[in-house]
Design a protein around this ligand. Structure first.
Ligand SMILES: Nc1ncnc2c1ncn2[C@@H]1O[C@H](COP(=O)(O)OP(=O)(O)OP(=O)(O)O)[C@@H](O)[C@H]1O
Length: 292
């Protein structure tokens, strides 16, 4: 894509000056997305509501998430960002008393209706706030899910392990200690291992729930770099309270707010617009640190 095409495509899209077409990833997802300056819907959410028991914590959420882009979910604590994120890969099924209504489509797949949760979660990986490596070796952390998903060939697994560890910038740091416990890694390294573990299954979408909030600024910066490299390759939906970080990484941003305990989507659009030219008074106040 030349600069002129990119500028034209950027008009409706991510509005970033440079959008990576080749960002050095060696293991691409099965269905590689276009660069994020080519907006193309991947996830369509319509009329989503989430209840915990009798409490309705999210209502009327309609949002399109674009393929190959980073979408940041922002808003004050308790407005339902994590609940929204969890409904995208049916992690909400695991919460007793949780009930979801509305439509969630991942391409042609009806997420709420599918019975094949293994395949759904393979397509839609999740990274949590606190790094959660298995209490196993670094190697086994990635090998185990590969085995579970039917990759029986040992050398194929070894190749994937090296590739995804390279992709998260961890290979050089751990290649001589692959059989050491993952718990011996630093917090930032553990989080990158968890990201590598998710990448090994070749997801299309990565859901990230405050992935940097338990990390020191240096480790957080490394994960942020990684997020920027994901653009155009993976579809990322990230919850973050760090507005500076959201501003740096978000191609698109969605602002949630809760009134009387029920979260709604106040405004969404390109990151540039939400942060620099928000339209709703609540968004203006929130992005300027005057609300929430
Ligand atoms: N398992 C649960 N059972 C009951 N209520 C829950 C559960 N999980 C979340 N909630 C409630 O749902 C509402 C939305 O929570 P959620 O974690 O989705 O918000 P959030 O915006 O992600 O918050 P934070 O930024 O603090 O993580 C809150 O009132 C919360 O207390």
């Amino acid at each position: 894509m030349n600069a002129k095409d990119r500028a034209a495509r950027n008009q409706d899209g991510c509005q970033r000056a440079s959008c990576p077409e080749s960002n050095g990833f060696t293991l691409s997802p099965v269905d590689t997305g276009p660069p994020c300056c080519l907006p193309q819907p991947l996830i369509e959410v319509d009329g989503l509501a989430v209840h915990y028991g009798n409490a309705r914590v999210l209502s009327g959420i309609s949002l399109t998430i674009h393929r190959g882009c980073v979408t940041a979910l922002i808003g004050p604590s308790g407005c339902g960002k994590s609940s929204f994120l969890s409904s995208l890969n049916r992690m909400t099924d695991m919460i007793p008393g949780c009930r979801v209504e509305g439509k969630v489509a991942l391409g042609a797949l009806d997420v709420r209706a599918t019975k094949d949760l293994i395949s759904l979660r393979r397509r839609v990986g999740m990274i949590f706030q606190k790094p959660n490596p298995f209490p196993l070796s670094i190697r086994k952390n990635i090998e185990m899910p590969l085995k579970e998903h039917g990759i029986r060939n040992r050398s194929e697994r070894a190749e994937i392990i090296e590739t995804v560890l390279e992709d998260v910038g961890l290979w050089a740091e751990v290649k001589d200690r692959l059989d050491s416990s993952a718990l011996s890694l630093s917090g930032g390294q553990q989080q990158r291992l968890c990201i590598a573990r998710a990448l090994a299954l070749r997801p299309e979408v990565l859901l990230m729930d405050e992935p940097c909030s338990a990390l020191d600024p240096l480790a957080s910066g490394v994960v942020e770099e990684l997020l920027l490299r994901f653009r155009g390759r993976y579809t990322v939906v990230i919850v973050t309270h760090n507005l500076q970080q959201a501003r740096r990484v978000a191609d698109y941003a969605a602002f949630f707010w809760a009134t009387d305990g029920t979260g709604t989507l106040i405004e969404h659009g390109t990151g540039a617009r939400i942060f620099d030219e928000p339209r709703q008074p609540l968004t203006v106040a929130y992005v300027n640190g005057k609300a929430g």
